[in-house]
Design a protein around this ligand. Structure first.
Ligand SMILES: Nc1ncnc2c1ncn2[C@@H]1O[C@H](COP(=O)(O)OP(=O)(O)OP(=O)(O)O)[C@@H](O)[C@H]1O
Ligand SMILES: [Mg+2]
Length: 173
């Protein structure tokens, strides 16, 4: 009983904290952030306890104007989702690549998991949409809010057998 109670309290606290994060519209503190460093730090955090292989193709001098903590939160969400999608298959891979295109930086996070079912894809950025038993379905909603508050865009695509691909577009610093 106590164990159940503790689990429920923890879950409720997490829901409240994440809802606050989602609705919080504080001042966005923007600094010149090294995208490569940000990606590596967030990935290291998200990968804890996972054996998935990650490849990076992010030019060392690429800089974006962003709130470093919020950008890391987005990356942690995307990488955690990829790890959760890959599950326990042993050849799991996540490829993270960035390139600069006229005035914007495009950061792509691709995984070789099962991909996103076509009937789920249109709603994954909505709050409380989840296909996971323990999922709250707020990770992507929060992530999109954060990227849009930076004047950017977060989109997803997936075709059968190709895994899932998330694209973050941000204005260059
Ligand atoms: N890389 C991915 N591969 C396949 N499906 C994905 C991927 N990322 C997200 N999804 C789908 O999108 C849904 C919503 O993701 P989101 O991160 O918002 O919520 P969640 O992971 O289910 O829960 P949480 O609130 O804990 O993040 C997931 O439940 C899953 O169905
Ligand atoms: Mg998630």
């Amino acid at each position: 009983m106590l164990a159940h109670l503790r689990e429920s309290v923890h879950r409720a606290a997490t829901i409240v904290r994440r809802l606050r994060e989602m609705t919080m519209r504080g001042e966005v503190k923007r600094d010149s952030v090294s995208l490569g460093d940000c990606v590596r730090e967030a990935t290291a955090l998200a990968l804890t306890g996972s054996t998935v292989t990650v490849s990076y193709d992010v030019p060392a001098k690429m800089v974006v104007l962003a709130d470093r903590i919020q950008l890391q939160q987005v990356l942690v969400n995307l990488v955690r989702n990829a790890i959760e999608a890959i599950g326990d298959r042993s050849d799991g891979r996540i490829d993270i690549a960035a390139k600069e295109e006229k005035g914007v930086v495009r950061l792509r996070v691709h995984d070789n998991g099962p991909g996103i079912p076509a009937d789920v894809l249109p709603t994954i950025f909505d709050s409380f949409v989840s296909t996971k038993a323990q999922g709250m379905g707020v990770g992507l909603a929060i992530s999109r809010t954060i990227i849009e508050s930076h004047g950017g865009e977060l989109t997803a695509r997936s075709s059968p057998g190709e895994g899932a691909t998330f694209d973050i577009v941000l204005p260059t610093a």
